[in-house]
Design a protein around this ligand. Structure first.
Ligand code: ZN
Length: 215
């Protein structure tokens, strides 16, 4: 996904960091907020499962992230609730509310840009929180990533799955911005339902065939 960065340098460090934090934002929401997923009720893992779920979400953005503690995982759950509110607002067309939420997250985390250099990489831009804890750092990064998207013409690419009984979120990275579902699983469910509906329409004229399921 190209969020910006063309002409900044020949490299895509800024862009790839943006991609990473937006990816992590999606993964945190989908792992840690209750609701519905792919046609079923969804409850986030609790107790022992939660730190592993958070660690997996963070590693989707940065592979060398250390494992999180149970206490940190609980804090990430609150961060995920805040991020979900932004996706929900965008999906409902309430962009003003989404922007206010993101500004609150930026202020609450004390998000600030900083050039870092580590692991043999060239200088690149990171976003830190006011305090350098793992949770605040990621929350600041996610808030900044959402701010960059919301502040650009890509704001409509934050999405909530439109399939029935699913409210997982996604970022649309398709070329034509045509994505509507969180996953191919939901896309296939909707396709199959549309096919069944069309088939029923065809067989409906004439006698109802209620008991023909096994025919
Ligand atoms: Zn879905």
């Amino acid at each position: 996904m190209k969020l910006s960065g063309e002409g900044v340098t020949g490299q895509v460090n800024f862009t790839s960091h943006m991609d990473a934090v937006v990816t992590v934002a999606v993964r945190l929401v989908n792992a840690l907020t209750p609701g519905q997923a792919h046609g079923r009720p969804y409850l986030p893992p609790d107790g022992g499962g939660m730190p592993a779920a958070v660690t997996a979400a963070l590693r989707a953005g940065r592979t060398e992230t250390r494992e999180v503690s149970p206490g940190e995982a609980a804090e990430f759950r609150a961060v995920a609730e805040g991020i979900r509110a932004v996706f929900d607002a965008v999906a409902a067309g309430r962009t003003d509310a989404a922007a206010r939420r993101v500004n609150e997250m930026l202020a609450g985390t004390g998000a600030r840009p900083r050039l870092d250099r580590h692991d043999g990489e060239p200088w690149h831009l990171h976003f830190h929180g006011a305090e350098d804890s793992l949770v605040t750092g990621w929350a600041a990064g996610c808030a900044t990533g959402l701010a960059v998207v919301l502040g650009s013409d890509l704001r409509g690419r934050l999405g909530v799955c439109t399939a029935p009984r699913c409210d997982r979120v996604y970022v649309d990275t398709s070329r034509n911005a045509t994505r509507r579902f969180c996953s191919t699983s939901c896309q296939n469910r909707v396709k199959a339902a549309a096919f069944r509906a069309a088939h029923q329409q065809q067989t409906r004229p004439g006698q109802p065939k209620k008991s023909s399921a096994s025919a």
